[in-house]
Design a protein around this ligand. Structure first.
Ligand code: AHG
Ligand code: MN
Ligand code: MN
Length: 339
């Protein structure tokens, strides 16, 4: 008699294994015999905070936490109520983890030093944008969290110095997209994994263990209202792309826009403009983590003609231009910049 249900052996060979983020991290930890467990603790704090943020975003209108705080953050940007709630969730989750020495957030002027004494170990530095694209919330648009993980190296001097390491030194990076579903995209330095939150059981489940960005994709993601205020090579590139039949997609939240580029191919651009001559996006917790993810997925990430992860950091809230995405599409933009 044939059954309509697959038997256990069939389930296993079809790759239907059920892996949570926690299982994935424990398996990674086992590959490193000297692991202290601190790295896993950092990621579990990020996972916990992002579940909290996802739940608060979903209930934002019902809890009356949409809109602005009537205050500005350190960068002179209007602070949304949920920016503050998300920041607090991350600070509370990461602040209680023993392996974390410093946290730095878009919403705080200075990094928070959790511990100075680092003898005998290499604690972590976690930099984050708690809520990216937060003004999208008012219109029920997608928002996200972006994080970058560095590790303290005593050769750098005191722990403060370890917050300003180039993107090349990242030991992990990721984002969480709060959209129709909550998606966590992560790299720990060997490829990119994608997890989706199952709200019924409160777990991030692995859905793709080797995310690859397509090499091409005839689509660009840029706020083209900035074209008159940007540099000529960007205008020439957009003219060229339009003639070549490219399409434009722009959500106005970096996480949502980069996720689309990662899934479908294309290029994401935020060039320098007259009002933001160095670019708008922040190197340490927007450009660098996205660059690591995109490169780990087989794409490219540049800030002008310099590879983003090689830009020397000078300040926590430093801004840089961003060009990232499919390798061939980034090359097209660089071709115009090099002319
Ligand atoms: P944040 O909400 O964290 O300040 O980031 C907003 C950023 C980013 O998400 C997005 O790519 C960009 O701002 C959009 O800027 P424009 O509105 O200038 O296009
Ligand atoms: Mn942001
Ligand atoms: Mn933000």
């Amino acid at each position: 008699m044939t059954s309509s249900l697959p038997d256990s052996a069939e389930v296993l060979t079809k790759g239907h294994n059920l892996t949570s983020l926690q299982t994935f991290l424990l398996a990674e930890e086992q590959k490193h015999p000297y692991a202290t467990g601190n790295y896993t603790m950092v990621l579990s704090a990020l996972s916990l905070a992002s579940k909290f943020i996802a739940a608060r975003c979903r209930r934002a209108r019902l809890e009356d936490v949409l809109g602005s705080m009537a205050a500005e953050n350190i960068q002179g940007e209007d602070q949304q109520k949920l920016d503050v709630i998300a920041n607090e969730a991350l600070v509370r989750a990461l602040g209680s983890r023993p392996g974390v020495a410093i946290i730095a957030s878009e919403e705080d002027e200075d990094p928070i030093i959790l511990r100075q004494d680092t003898s005998g170990e290499r604690p972590y530095v976690v930099l984050f944008d708690p809520l990216d694209g937060s003004s999208n919330l008012d219109v029920c648009g997608s928002v996200g969290t972006i994080f970058s993980i560095l590790q303290h190296d005593r050769r750098l001097g005191d722990v403060e110095a370890s917050a300003l390491q180039p993107g090349m030194n990242q030991v992990g990076a990721g984002y969480v997209l709060y959209g129709p579903s909550t998606v966590l995209v992560l790299t720990t330095g060997s490829g990119v994994q994608m997890f989706v939150l199952d709200p019924a059981i409160g777990s991030f489940l692995l859905v793709d263990e080797d995310v690859r960005i397509p090499d091409t994709g005839k689509s660009y993601s840029m706020n083209t209202s900035n074209l008159p205020k940007t540099e000529e090579p960007y205008r020439k590139y957009i003219d060229w792309a339009n003639e070549e039949g490219y399409t434009m997609r722009y959500a106005g939240a970096m996480v949502a826009d980069v996720h689309r580029v990662l899934m479908k191919g294309g290029v994401f651009l935020y060039p320098p403009t007259k009002s933001s001559p160095k670019g708008k996006l922040r190197l340490m917790y927007e450009a660098n983590p996205m660059a690591m993810l995109v490169e780990q997925a087989g794409g490219k990430a540049y800030s002008g003609m310099t590879r983003t992860m090689e830009v020397p950091p000078t300040a926590i809230h430093q801004r840089v231009p961003v060009i990232l995405g499919s390798s061939e599409e980034v090359d097209h933009v660089l071709r115009f910049l090099a002319e």
